[in-house]
Design a protein around this ligand. Structure first.
Ligand code: ADP
Ligand code: MG
Length: 726
């Protein structure tokens, strides 16, 4: 620990003992462990009467309505199971528009009036709850006099047990709505969008003569995050309040090499990752971990994909489990998109496809040119993206992500789609000739192993720069921020593709009506559609300046800031889209717009005030102390008749920086005082136009001070400390 500054003498890294802790040491049978805290189908089947189980299964798999008596049986079975697991309480677990999850616990115990109590949990308690909704954002959907909201059981996402220091409790995934029936959460619109895409895809499958089975969107979200020692975290007010550093100079290049000096993969991180994985397995979240990412201190975790609704719930559990378990190792997880300026940020890749229980509709097969059904669905996705790039951009817009999108880091704020050489070639053939007659062979890997249908494999490197890439048998939406819920972006994808499929089906049906053969009708349709959407396809380097110009020529949007992107949510075109498919009403969309703008305002308002406070009470005093030290030294040198030009010069330079800091600080303080107009949009605009530049100016001077103030006087842990102490 020689690199650890004396000011950090209680570092968890220094104290860390790699002896396995917790449950893991005693439990190694993964098959037994997997899903043990999940009330999944297997558990339901073994505990429910056959008829009830079948009814429930049909609801889960085909979306049929659930009978009240089934809810009673499920509640009884759930209670029995939960009590066996040691649960004392249950909660309706839901996802308010804050982007995280909420819960209110109720005890299973019901007093009997004679000084005793029984445990009770009925169908009606399972099906519906009434949390006080007043503290959750509603964007004007709920009047304060009607603070009640209600939660409604989502039988398609299994209940699970959470274990905490205060005991275990049963979590029941639920939707959350206002008393008037407006969705106040992220789950409800996601479920509605899943209905829309199911309906339209079945219709398409019927046209292709395929068995019209239920179609579900599938999602797998890769999560990037940073880990930081908790001691550093608690010494940085910016990390605590804003989740990112508002000050700090980049460590010198080549510091990464120091990692080796400290030992390859830090034992503490490995141990932490294993325990996270273990806890997620117990909850039936199918994660597979990967340890390293581009930046030092950065890691990634990805699950095996599931249906969109479960994947969204499970993604929340991944984030909360990472946070919770980190504390056991003296670590804090940073989910912010840009914890450190000048260091690679964190994103979340949303892998998305659609499929029936036995077929991925975006699986091209070996010769995609004759897989017309694949080309149909693939074209539908591109058609949707071309029509609604604005919505996809808005779906990933929030303050944290502005540091990545369109800033100096990938992917750009311009939404385009990568399809790879092979698919590109097929599209070109169809567009020109009305049909494709060949598929470019897939690439061969070194040892002559055929790269299976993964189309864009051979374009490898380049496709990493695309915000939306076809990666073999799924689309990968790479513009999501690491801290964000996947629900809204997944909902947008489902809805825009549902609309595209709807439109394609309508055109096909009309051609068939006129007596055109199915094959001819389809080829003609695809040829004209490809012509319409091809401007959104881009296989080149998305980071290049040429692309920015080219995209502009193509008429693609380049919405650099959250404040440019969010208004698209309430664009007329988009309001009509969501209304048509019953996903979000105008009111519900307006409320979301308002809430997202408000969140942007709060995020930056907090940053602005924190930056002011830190600069005023930590950085300025540290600089002044150093100045005092220098002046005292110069004075003593003078007394002794020594020359002290170096000291004097340093003092002068320092003094100038202190002047600059106080100047910039007074601007920031003034801007923090003024909050913009009364409405939330003008407040948010004030943040964007005045607070962000004022903060940047203060930081600029503070970071220069960091480079000259003695390390032992610097009041907060440095990037070097935070990124390299494991
Ligand atoms: P990479 O880092 O190359 O993007 P990973 O293997 O880390 O690849 O992540 C790929 C993700 O895509 C995984 O979460 C995986 O489960 C998911 N995925 C694979 N097939 C599908 C599919 N049909 N639908 C949705 N997600 C999928
Ligand atoms: Mg990926």
């Amino acid at each position: 620990m020689s690199r650890v500054m004396p000011r950090f003498d209680t570092l968890a890294a220094a104290k860390y003992d790699s002896t396995p802790t917790g449950q893991k040491r005693h439990r190694t049978n993964l098959e037994e462990v997997y899903g043990e805290n999940l009330f999944g189908l297997h558990e339901m089947k073994s505990r429910l009467p056959t008829a009830q189980y079948e009814a429930l299964l049909s609801t889960i798999e085909n979306g049929t309505e659930l009978d009240g008596s089934v809810a009673d049986s499920v509640a009884a079975a759930m209670k029995e199971w939960a009590l066996e697991k040691g649960a004392t309480h249950y909660t309706h677990w839901f996802q308010p528009l804050t982007g995280s999850t909420a819960e209110k616990h109720d005890s299973f115990l019901k007093p009997t009036g004679d000084g005793r109590a029984i445990t009770e949990f009925r169908g009606k308690e399972l099906v519906q709850g009434e949390p006080d909704a007043s503290s959750f954002p509603s964007g004007g959907l709920r009047q304060t006099f009607e603070a009640r909201g209600y939660t409604a059981w989502d039988p398609t996402s299994p209940a699970f047990i959470m274990e905490g220091p205060g005991g275990a409790y049963l979590c029941i995934p639920t939707a959350f709505a206002s008393w008037a029936g407006d969705a106040l959460d992220k789950k409800t619109p996601l479920l509605r969008s899943m209905n829309a895409i199911d309906e339209q895809s079945r219709r398409a499958l019927r046209l292709f003569g395929s068995p019209p089975k239920a179609v579900k969107p599938t999602c797998g979200a890769e999560q990037e995050f940073f880990l930081v020692d908790e001691e550093f975290f608690y010494r940085r007010p910016d990390l605590q309040t804003a989740g990112r550093t508002l000050f700090g100079t980049k460590p010198p290049k080549g510091q990464e090499l120091d990692d080796h000096y400290f030992g390859s993969i830090p034992a503490r991180v490995l141990e932490f990752m294993n325990e996270v994985e273990f806890e997620l397995y117990r909850l039936g979240v199918p994660v597979t971990t990967r340890h390293n990412e581009v930046a030092p201190g950065q890691y990634e975790m990805a699950p095996i994909y599931e249906d969109a609704n479960q994947a969204a719930d499970h993604q929340q559990l991944v984030m909360s489990t990472l946070r919770r378990i980190a504390r056991r190792y003296g670590l804090v997880v940073l989910l912010h998109e840009k914890p450190y300026q000048g260091v690679n940020g964190s994103g979340k890749h949303l892998n998305w496809s659609i499929g029936t229980e036995d077929q991925n509709l975006l699986e091209p097969g070996d010769t995609p040119h004759d897989n017309m059904q694949f080309l149909f669905f693939c074209s539908a996705v591109l058609k949707g993206v071309a029509a609604h790039q604005d919505l996809l951009r808005a779906a990933v817009a929030h303050a944290g992500n502005d540091h990545r999108l369109g800033a100096n880091e990938a992917p750009p704020a311009i939404i385009s789609a990568f399809v790879g050489d092979q698919l590109q070639d097929i599209f070109e053939q169809i567009e020109k000739a009305g049909e494709a007659t060949s598929s470019k062979p897939s690439g061969l890997l070194g040892l002559g192993v055929k790269v299976l249908p993964n189309l864009p494999k051979h374009a490898g490197d380049r496709n990493r720069t695309s915000p939306f890439a076809f990666t073999g048998n799924k689309w990968e939406f790479r513009a999501l921020g690491s801290s964000q819920s996947v629900s809204f972006p997944a909902m947008v994808l489902n809805t825009i593709v549902a609309e595209a499929i709807d439109d394609l089906c309508t055109k096909l049906e009309a051609a068939l009506e006129k007596g055109t053969s199915f094959d001819d009708a389809l080829r003609e349709l695809l040829a004209s559609e490809i012509h319409e959407f091809k401007h959104v396809v881009f296989n080149g380097d998305n980071y290049s300046d040429e692309w920015v110009e080219e995209a502009e020529r193509r008429g693609l949007l380049n919405l650099g800031s959250t404040m440019d992107a969010l208004p698209k949510i309430v664009d007329e075109k988009n309001m009509a889209l969501f209304e048509k498919y019953g996903v979000l009403s105008h009111r519900e969309l307006e409320s979301r717009y308002e809430i997202y703008v408000e969140r942007y305002f709060y995020a930056i308002n907090i940053e602005g005030e924190t930056a002011q406070h830190m600069a005023q009470t930590m950085i300025l005093p540290a600089a002044a102390r150093y100045l005092n030290e220098l002046l005292t030294t110069a004075e003593r040198a003078d007394e002794l008749g020594m020359r002290s030009d170096g000291v004097t010069k340093t003092a002068q330079a320092l003094n100038r920086l202190i002047d600059q800091l106080t100047d910039k600080l007074s601007v920031l303080a003034k801007q923090n005082q003024e909050l913009g107009g009364d409405d939330v949009v003008s407040k948010a605009e004030h943040m964007r136009q005045n607070i962000i530049p004022a903060m940047t100016d203060v930081r600029d001077v503070a970071d220069r001070l960091e480079r000259i103030v003695p390390d032992d006087l610097w009041p907060v842990p440095t990037y070097r400390d935070m990124l390299f102490v494991k």
